[in-house]
Write a protein that binds this ligand. Structure first.
Ligand SMILES: [Fe+2]
Ligand SMILES: [Fe+2]
Length: 297
């Protein structure tokens, strides 16, 4: 049960609730989003996660978002391992939400014990982040659920002109380069309407392991890839997102562990001017020679 007016912090400590507003330490707010780390998977690569954590800590982020699929099958030992990693983030503002893999085998019991509420809100002077659980026990499909719409609406409406960020594991609209569409959120249409109605600026999600960005109305939907596994589609690489917010300007970077970072989305939340670097996104999925055959080269 959550209160629409409480500010909840999902942390790995025993007492995940806090009623104080967080203050960013300087003019820039940096949010790092890491997703689909899948501890326990045969495809899990510890070096990638350890490196990602070091890099993220170097950003000195205002907040870290872990957007689901921390485990592979929701087992206790997988959860313990994921919590060990999550504890290494040197950031007090931690938002962790479950993914479909975390709700397998009654895994949500371990989630709540280790990470606290499955629904949480972090509020700053400049921005608000609302995270929800879209998983259903032992199903791959996602669902937000009408019973949570009031909570989501009141959080964002009370935030007035702050930058509004919604965090959910499953994708709200299909992601290209992911094969047959299967696990889109059941009530995606209603959720999209709700989010645009309350002027959400940015949606952060994961699940498909393919990084991508969409723009709908004045809202950007940014999908993170998997940070620490080789469960990859096409030519995608392990990655995570770095979001920098300063004076209403939002820049989303895709960061590859050990490697470079790329600017993916750049928008002004007030004027709605934006740049979206779709070409880079397309080449990431399909490879640098997408559209040309061997004989063209
Ligand atoms: Fe995943
Ligand atoms: Fe998932």
């Amino acid at each position: 049960m959550h209160s629409a007016f409480a500010i909840l912090f999902a942390t790995v400590c025993e007492a995940p609730l806090c009623s104080e507003k967080c203050m960013s330490t300087d003019d820039r707010l940096t949010i790092c989003q890491i997703s689909d780390i899948h501890c326990g998977s045969a495809y899990f690569v510890p070096d990638l996660l350890e490196r990602s954590i070091l890099e993220i800590n170097d950003y000195h982020p205002t907040a870290v978002v872990v957007s689901g699929d921390l485990t592979d099958a929701g087992y206790r030992q997988e959860y313990e391992q994921s919590a060990e990693y999550v504890r290494r983030f040197g950031c007090e503002n931690l938002m962790v939400i479950p993914g479909n893999h975390d709700s397998r085998n009654v895994g949500y019991i371990h989630f709540e014990r280790l990470f606290g509420e499955r629904y949480s809100v972090i509020e700053f002077e400049e921005a608000i982040m609302v995270g929800v659980d879209s998983s259903e026990p032992d199903l791959n499909d996602g669902r937000v659920g009408r019973e949570h719409y009031g909570f989501i609406r009141s959080c964002f409406e009370n935030a007035r002109d702050k930058l509004k960020i919604f965090v959910v594991h499953h994708h709200l609209i299909p992601i290209p380069g992911t094969g047959r569409e299967r696990n889109i959120i059941f009530d995606a249409g209603d959720v999209l309407e709700l989010l645009t109605d309350v002027d959400v600026d940015l949606v952060l999600s994961g699940h498909k392991h393919v990084p991508y960005s969409w723009r709908i109305e004045n809202m950007f939907i940014v999908n993170a890839g998997t940070a620490s596994t080789t469960r990859l589609r096409g030519n995608t690489r392990p990655c995570y997102n770095v979001i920098e917010i300063e004076d209403g300007r939002v820049r989303v970077f895709r960061k590859y562990p050990f490697k470079e970072r790329e600017l993916i989305v750049d928008f002004d939340a007030e004027t709605h001017e934006y740049s979206r670097f779709e070409e880079r996104v397309d080449s990431e999925i399909h490879g640098p020679h997408y559209g040309s055959s061997l004989t063209d080269r």
